[in-house]
Design a protein around this ligand. Structure first.
Ligand SMILES: Cc1ncc(COP(=O)(O)O)c(C=O)c1O
Length: 392
């Protein structure tokens, strides 16, 4: 990889050190330019006319996403963010009293709140699979907890608040063997590591454009294995519908679209979606294997350097670790560290207990600093941040 070129494509790298890629990454120029080009066309010829003109590019974006995830294009839908995409598939499932959902200790706050709401309304039971010695989901316990009343295995691939990578393929194998639906939140993993759903075999995937894919904000996506969901959960239906998601066939009748379009609504920011398309192409051209290797190298280097600073504790758990590096300090709280670094033009974010309450509570954590590296970051940038922390 030509890191200098990649940094030239990312102009802000000459001004600041962006270690908040798990929050929202910096978009490369081709992405930003496409966003601007399309917005200009809307201004020049009109919004509906611009979509007509861009039909092929819109379709190409779905196709690129299908290539990235190794899924069928017809099973994809576009969303404004990851949470709404996740929700649309989850709330569509006709879960009933007594059904069990298995999830993980590190489950993302928004997802867990939805389990709680459905549990409150319908009497579904939520069960958290315990962790293994690495601090990630214990597969033996998962197998042991599986039974006929388990209707859904649902968890994140990479949590919001630590570097762990959950064993998505192994979980998919268990879900297939026991004929259980499998929902995987790939919000932090898509664009960060190679994802092949023909191996993972999740029935539902949801993610965003703005994080490791480096696309514009305000765009996300959903993949649903509609056939298998219909098979295992007859009667499933998106909680919100319009005449785009369905066919209005008679005064008292509508018909769900047979594919992913049943989750979509008519209106959308096409400027963001086309920018997202460019971001996926950019990632595919670099090669996810290559970028993942570099992200891991930088992540490991950052962890090693942080561990040499006496007041810092690295908080990452898991067997395989990603580019998300979390830590705390005995000298300053997480928010103060974030603001101290920001004043020095280093961007990091803060994770609080509500992002993953069960995990944070188990580990006695209220807040953590989250520094997340991407392939365009450098060792010099990491050294600079660590030097700043050393002088605290
Ligand atoms: C693991 C995980 N899932 C889901 C989300 C939600 O994404 P969005 O803000 O696009 O809804 C996040 C956001 O940080 C996340 O870290």
């Amino acid at each position: 990889m030509d890191i200098d070129q990649l940094r030239q494509d990312t102009p802000a790298t000459s001004e600041l050190i962006h270690l908040n890629n798990a929050g929202s990454s910096l978009s490369p120029l081709p992405v930003f330019n496409e966003f601007l080009r399309y917005s200009r066309r809307e201004q020049e010829i009109g919004g509906y006319e611009a979509v007509d003109e861009a039909k092929e590019l819109v379709e190409k974006t779905y196709q690129s996403l299908a290539t990235l995830l190794h899924v069928d294009r017809a099973d994809l839908s576009r969303f404004e963010n990851s949470t709404r995409a996740w929700d649309m598939a989850f709330y569509a499932l006709p879960l009933r009293k007594g059904d069990r959902i298995l999830t993980t200790v590190s489950e993302y706050g928004a997802n867990y709140i939805s389990y709680l709401q459905v549990a409150k309304k319908s009497g579904v039971r939520i069960e958290v699979v315990p962790n293994d010695e690495y601090g990630q989901i214990d597969l033996t316990s998962l197998e042991r907890m599986v039974a006929d009343d388990v209707k859904l295995i649902s968890l994140n691939h990479l949590p919001t608040n630590s570097g762990q990578v959950n064993p998505a393929e192994e979980i998919g194998k268990i879900a297939q063997e026991h004929n259980i639906l499998y929902q995987l939140d790939i919000c932090q993993s898509v664009g960060q590591l190679p994802l092949d759903n023909s191996r993972i075999r999740a029935d539902i995937l949801s993610g965003t454009s703005r994080k490791y894919l480096r696309g514009p904000r305000g765009t996300g996506f959903l993949y649903t294995n509609t056939e298998r969901i219909d098979d295992l959960m007859p009667g499933n239906e998106p909680p919100l519908l319009d005449h785009f998601a369905t066919e209005w066939v008679d005064v008292d009748e509508y018909r769900l679209r047979p594919n992913g379009q049943r989750y979509e609504t008519f209106e959308f920011s096409y400027a963001s979606f086309l920018g997202f398309g460019k971001a996926i192409e950019y990632a595919l051209n670099l090669g996810l294997e290559n970028t993942w290797r570099r992200i891991r190298e930088l992540g490991d280097y950052l962890r090693e350097e942080l561990e040499t600073i006496d007041h810092i504790t690295v908080q990452d758990i898991g067997r395989i670790k990603s580019g998300i590096v979390t830590f705390s300090s005995s000298k300053m709280n997480a928010q103060e560290i974030k603001m101290y670094l920001r004043a020095e033009k280093v961007n990091v974010s803060v994770g609080d207990i509500t992002g993953a309450l069960i995990d944070m509570r188990q580990r006695g954590l209220e807040f953590i600093v989250r520094s997340s590296v991407h392939y365009y970051n450098t060792r010099d940038e990491i050294d600079r941040m660590c030097d700043l922390l050393r002088t605290l």
